[in-house]
Design a binder for this molecule. Structure first.
Ligand code: COA
Length: 385
């Protein structure tokens, strides 16, 4: 509760800052080096209707300060000034990031929030209306699927699983799509299965519900196994659970150096999915895979890169500027050549992957109704009390 109060005060401060008539004067004085895009982003911020979540708000505050004043030079506020301390800490994490880099990161963050809220209608009027939990755009052969529940860290609801499968199908069938990317809106890539999927189920229907969930998961993972074109994850922040396990089925994984990777299955009384029980030992060796899949080890982007799960790590400040042009250039390659090359590298394993997927889902159908799992989910939802 206390932390909520702290953060709502931070937000109130932010709103006050953004709405203050002092701001334009102050910014003109301090920000002679500010780009017009930064000023535009600042103006757009006031159009946001939805609360983007506390972490995002602090990050936005920090980037704003770094853009306008440079790295923090003041002393860390004392314990009692907990609002000032939270803000100072957020600002301080940006270290020696330059004002220009901070501006770019600030613009990207505001743009992603505004797009998330508007359903990206301006970018993709047709597909934007199709999905409630995703933003889908396609330009120059590059399709971008953004998981869009930033206030819930992009946790995957039943509806979102279904939309994700539909969006992959759409990408596979669209002749104008060459490369497909998955990324997250806000500060997280994805926090995995939405644990509230398990809440509110009549106990007498638990077995049946668990079976249906197993079928949904099987369909979801199959969509990755069968996806015929290059599929790239742009991991903008922490990734948890199934969003990590399916990465073994992607063709490339580009990650921010602020991203982390965590598959806390045994903490939750569950077991691996996404074919990770097969792909992870193959990628990183069985001993390293066990640390992740059995013992809940959370790893950094650099560690994930050393283990072969991540293709390349980018500094958070410049990631968006570096990754998207690279992907745009991939999207100009001949699609047939890409599709045939992918088939050659992947198809020999398809039957095995489907078999593994089936076994993993069957085990989860059992795990989801176990006392271990039910207790872990109850603990998650009662943690804030
Ligand atoms: N399922 C359901 N809700 C989730 C969620 C998930 N996987 N991940 C985040 N949320 C919700 C939180 O309940 C919270 O909702 P609220 O604002 O209504 O209380 C909101 O998203 C923000 O998360 P919060 O926990 O307040 O932020 P945090 O920064 O303290 O922690 C996480 C973020 C992701 C570390 C934490 O929410 C978490 O551990 N989530 C569960 C992850 C998980 O176990 N996934 C399944 C793996 S198999």
């Amino acid at each position: 509760m206390a932390s909520y109060r702290v953060f709502s005060r931070v937000m109130a401060y932010q709103r006050c800052l953004m709405g203050s008539s002092l701001l334009p004067r102050m910014t003109t004085r301090l920000m002679s080096g500010l780009s017009p895009q930064f000023e535009e982003a600042k103006a757009k911020l006031s159009t946001l209707k939805e609360d983007p979540g506390n972490e995002v708000k602090l990050k936005m505050y920090a980037l704003f300060k770094q853009s306008t004043s440079g790295p923090v030079t003041t002393k860390r506020p004392g314990m009692i000034d907990f609002v000032g301390r939270a803000k100072w800490d957020a600002w301080n994490t940006l270290g020696t990031m330059t004002q220009e880099q901070a501006q770019v990161a600030y613009i990207d963050l505001v743009t992603s929030l505004v797009q998330a809220e508007s359903g990206a209608a301006a970018e993709a009027p047709e597909s934007g209306q199709k999905y409630k939990c995703l933003l889908v755009t396609c330009e120059g052969g590059l399709r971008k699927i953004t998981l869009n529940r930033p206030s819930k860290k992009n946790a995957i609801t039943v509806e979102m699983y279904n939309e994700w499968v539909a969006a992959l199908k759409e990408a596979a069938e669209d002749p104008g799509t060459v490369v497909t990317t998955i990324t997250g809106a806000g500060d997280y890539y994805c926090s995995g299965n939405d644990l509230s999927n398990f809440m509110g189920i009549d106990p007498s229907n638990m077995q049946e519900y668990s079976k249906q969930s197993g079928e949904l998961l099987n369909r979801f993972v199959s969509a990755f196994i069968e996806f015929p074109k290059p599929l790239v994850a742009v991991v903008n922040g922490p990734a948890i659970g199934v969003s990590v396990t399916v990465m073994g089925l992607f063709d490339a994984v580009y990650a921010s150096d602020k991203a982390t990777f965590n598959t806390p299955f045994s903490n939750l009384g569950q077991s691996p999915e996404g074919c990770s029980s097969y792909t992870f030992p193959k990628l990183m060796g069985p001993a390293k895979a066990s640390e992740l899949l059995l013992f809940n080890k959370k790893i950094t982007a650099h560690q994930a890169c050393e283990l072969g799960l991540v293709t390349e790590v980018f500094p958070e400040a410049s990631m968006q500027q570096e990754v998207w042009p690279k992907l745009q250039s991939f999207a100009k390659l001949p699609v047939k050549s890409l599709v045939y090359s992918k088939a050659l590298t992947r198809d020999v394993e398809k039957d095995m992957l489907h078999k593994v997927n089936r076994m993993e889902c069957d085990r989860l159908v059992e795990r989801w109704t176990s006392e271990d799992c039910i207790n872990a989910i109850m603990n998650f939802f009662s943690r804030k009390n």
